[in-house]
Design a protein around this ligand. Structure first.
Ligand SMILES: [Zn+2]
Length: 486
């Protein structure tokens, strides 16, 4: 390629950009110009590359342009001064030597394929309500897996040659450093799928077999579900209703991560707001916006932690106080104090059952047990969400020990159809265990009698879960998975 033609190309290109002609139109015009006949093939490549979202300097580098020109173009684009600096770049070309342009044909086709793959996976994830997409490089392949209803499912295996292209595509979409492949990176992208905005967090980690990418699909709209619609049975709903009638005291909501305890809390808080009560929350982070409530985000780095926020909240005449974290002694005591002084405090903890929670709290030094015993209203415990059987489920006789122990004669087993992606399950349901703090429990807590707590608050989660097996909402295998036994 003649260096003077290249220099003329830079100058003309810069001038066009300088008069406000958009990049792609400038390139299209140059392609038709007889002066640049030699460059037609390259310009055609450049136009397609830009349309695919490739950066100008990257496309030039791939086509074999000298590195100094590539760098100069990159710097000019970053500074937004490609029009001004094109004369300098032209001089650079003139000072250099002639070179050969070679168009990497296949690269563009592969890039296009990588873009198509990423788009199709995002669409698939949104359509099937997947929470995560994993792109996992193995020695020879790339495995594509989706987490749907809490379970990881294999989706496809593709040729490993696509890995760098997939990484570049996803990093570009998420505003990450495309060049950096040795360090983990986080990013975020907003994409539109079938008319809906979709918020995706991405995370890359270098592994021995290449960069692994995880895409986490954030819940679309944080809609607070009505208390009547969070899968409580009629009996459970009235139990929760009774707990909510208290005008002061401590109500604990507990469960492991992914048990849906936040949904339960927000549904209750919304109900309190609807009853015209002053609801104030202390959270980290604020997960859902509750219309009509005052929500405080803690900021420990400026001194606003759970304890100081709680103290401030007390001065704002609250009826209901929500504490999203209930781990350290100081926060617990501050919450107990609030509950003791005529407020209804709802606090979230991470124990898997009421029994384990009460045992843990009784074991904490410096927590005022007598106050806890006095103010505790009850505990709402939730297991991890159980997958709901798809309508393709099949009836079967219950195993003898299940019949004997739980009085369940028939169970349903997963089958698998197109609707449930052959998994046999669609959607998830919570399993609740609601414990009212009666006189016995209160006494056991006050006396730190762990044995007695274990006896009174023994977990009823299993029988609650078995009830859902009996109604065919979920399967024995699924209960085995989430609770470990049946
Ligand atoms: Zn099905």
């Amino acid at each position: 390629m003649n260096k003077n033609t290249i220099a003329l190309f830079y100058r003309t290109f810069g001038k066009m950009l300088g008069t406000g002609i958009p990049l792609l139109i400038s390139l299209e015009t140059l392609k038709k110009d007889q002066k640049f006949k030699e460059l037609t093939e390259f310009l055609d490549y450049l136009i397609r590359a830009v349309k695919l979202g490739k950066e100008l300097h990257v496309a030039m580098a791939h086509a074999g342009f000298p590195l100094d020109q590539v760098e100069a173009v990159h710097k000019a684009v970053v500074a937004g001064e490609l029009d001004y600096r094109s004369d300098d770049i032209a001089s650079l070309a003139e000072a250099g030597s002639d070179f050969t342009i070679s168009i990497p044909e296949q690269a563009l086709e592969m890039e296009q394929e990588a873009i198509r793959l990423v788009n199709s996976w995002i669409e698939f994830a949104v359509k099937n309500n997947a929470s995560d997409l994993h792109i996992i490089p193995t020695i020879r392949q790339i495995q594509i897996k989706f987490r749907i209803d809490g379970v990881l499912q294999q989706h496809a295996e593709i040729d490993k040659k696509y890995l760098p292209l997939l990484c570049v595509r996803i990093k570009t979409m998420a505003d990450c450093d495309v060049v950096e492949t040795r360090l983990p990176q986080d990013g975020r992208m907003l994409v539109r799928v079938n008319g809906d905005d979709c918020d995706i967090r991405i995370c890359t980690v270098p592994s021995a077999t290449g960069e692994k990418i995880t895409l986490r699909f954030m819940p679309k709209k944080n809609v607070i579900i009505d208390l009547k619609s969070i899968c409580l049975s009629r009996e459970e709903l009235s139990q929760v209703g009774a707990l909510m009638e208290h005008s002061y005291g401590l109500l604990l909501v507990t469960g492991l991560t992914g048990s849906g305890k936040s949904t339960t809390c927000y549904s209750m808080l919304q109900e309190f707001v609807n009853r015209n009560l002053n609801v104030v929350t202390v959270e980290d982070p604020v997960e859902y916006a509750i219309e009509g409530a005052t929500q405080i985000q803690v900021r420990p780095h400026i001194g606003l932690n759970f304890v100081s926020a709680l103290r401030a909240v007390m001065r704002t005449d609250p009826d209901v106080i929500f504490v999203a974290e209930f781990r350290d002694t100081e926060t617990i005591n501050a919450a107990l104090k609030a509950a003791q002084t005529g407020h209804l405090v709802i606090a979230v903890t991470h124990s898997p059952s009421a029994c384990e929670l009460l045992e843990m709290m009784t074991g904490l030094p410096d927590v005022e047990h007598e106050v806890l015993a006095n103010v505790l209203i009850g505990v709402i415990a939730q297991s991890q969400l159980a997958r709901k059987l798809c309508e393709c489920k099949k009836k079967a006789a219950a195993p003898a020990k299940v019949q004997k122990k739980y009085g369940i004669k028939t169970v349903w087993n997963p089958v698998g159809c197109d609707k449930c992606l052959k998994s046999g399950y669609r959607g998830r349901i919570p399993v609740y265990e609601i414990t009212e703090a009666g006189r016995e429990i209160k006494e056991a807590i006050a006396n730190k009698d762990v044995k007695l707590i274990r006896k009174i608050a023994a977990s009823g989660m299993l029988s609650k879960a078995m009830a859902k097996v009996g109604t065919g909402e979920t399967s024995l295998a699924e209960i085995g998975r989430i609770l470990g036994v049946y």
